[in-house]
Design a protein around this ligand. Structure first.
Ligand SMILES: *Cc1c(COP(=O)(O)O)cnc(C)c1O
Length: 354
């Protein structure tokens, strides 16, 4: 028997979630498949979305991977190009590109494309990471128009706090964007997943859903919800069982001691697979839809779970680390992080596509 850790990727759930995101956006959405589709496999996910309006990736390497796999829809480079030499590939592969700073604007002006570029011009409406300042935005827009190198401009911005329902910062970002784009020609794009789920005012133009495609909501558990289906089920098996008396330690550092006679299941999954080490004792797992918990520290290749109340479980039992019974958001909360990071980090598992 080979090591039983599997990431099962349910592509029908991905399609469902994309359609939810696109409907929220009001009709058009780029599926964000950067970082290998948040760890799910960019090529497989893109191929599973033949009706997607387009895709968004972080960089040209990710875009070329999709083109080489035969993906023909538009692909947007969310960070644009890092150097002018990429522009030739942008043109050859018909990629769309974000322009977010003066250097990129100058590269476009200096380029000699045969076919003009499709540009998404980014505004820093308050996140203060990348983008043109609102006061400089109209001038950047005018330079692109005047360059003769650009076929169309989509005006975009990105939210810093859209996952906080009611946060004034997001309302301010929307207002700033609206004021600074007043009278400028072009499509617009505001919303990531949290913007789509939580901010009706951001549901305009192109949506840019990422995390919601994979079935994890970025909103707090008591926040606004939409009907998403988890795409990844990370599962493994119990491969050894221990019976411990009360008061016995388990695992590295003896961070956990049994408080009753305890049946311990050892599961083939550890932090080298991307399971977060910080989600040790107390983190939920499920066997046949019944939840139990990790006890002791997660180690590199194994973790230990409490089987005391699951008498039918034993060697060979299938354990869901996250997926349908245990959400990746819950595990992330136990690890003090977000679902995005856990999903991106899965490795060494056998990926199976359904
Ligand atoms: C990653 C990214 C998104 C998607 O964000 P989610 O929170 O995963 O929906 C949208 N827009 C930009 C510019 C991004 O970088």
């Amino acid at each position: 028997m080979s090591r039983p850790l599997e990431a099962v990727i349910r592509l029908d759930n991905l399609r469902h979630n994309y359609h939810v995101g696109r409907a929220l956006a009001g009709g058009r959405a780029l599926a964000v498949v950067k970082a290998n589709a948040y760890g799910h496999g960019a090529v497989q996910c893109a191929k599973a979305l033949p009706d997607a309006d387009g895709f968004a990736v972080a960089c040209i390497e990710e875009a070329l991977q999709l083109r080489e796999a035969g993906i023909a829809q538009p692909i947007l480079l969310l960070e644009g190009v890092f150097e002018a030499s990429e522009l030739e590939l942008v043109e050859r592969h018909g990629l769309w590109l974000v322009v977010h700073h003066e250097g990129q604007l100058a590269m476009i002006e200096a380029a000699k494309p045969q076919t003009p570029y499709t540009v998404w011009l980014k505004m820093d409406s308050g996140m203060h990471r990348v983008g043109f300042a609102p006061a400089d935005y109209a001038a950047a827009h005018a330079r692109l128009c005047a360059s003769g190198k650009v076929a169309s401009i989509t005006m975009m911005t990105h939210f810093a706090r859209a996952d906080e329902p009611g946060a004034q910062a997001t309302a301010d970002q929307i207002a700033t964007f609206q004021a600074a784009t007043e009278g400028l020609a072009g499509d617009i794009s505001l919303a990531n997943s949290a913007g789509l789920i939580g901010w009706p005012a951001a549901r305009v133009g192109w949506g840019r859903p990422g995390i919601l495609l994979y079935g994890a909501s970025p909103m707090p558990v008591d926040g606004p919800a939409v009907e998403l289906k988890p795409v990844m089920q990370l599962k493994s098996k119990v491969f050894a069982v221990r019976e411990l008396a009360t008061g016995e330690p388990i695992g590295y550092g003896a961070s956990f001691h049994t408080s009753r006679a305890t049946r311990v299941g050892v599961v083939a999954c550890g932090y080298a697979d991307g399971y977060p080490r910080l989600a040790s004792t107390g983190s939920p797992v499920a066997i046949d839809g019944v939840r139990t918990r990790i006890i002791g520290r997660v180690s590199m290749d194994m973790l230990t779970i409490d089987l005391t109340d699951l008498p039918d479980a034993g060697v060979g039992s299938e354990v869901e680390l996250w997926g349908d019974t245990v959400s990746v958001n819950e595990v992330a909360a136990h690890a003090g992080t977000i679902a995005y990071e856990l999903l991106c980090n899965v490795k060494r598992a056998a990926f199976r596509y359904r």
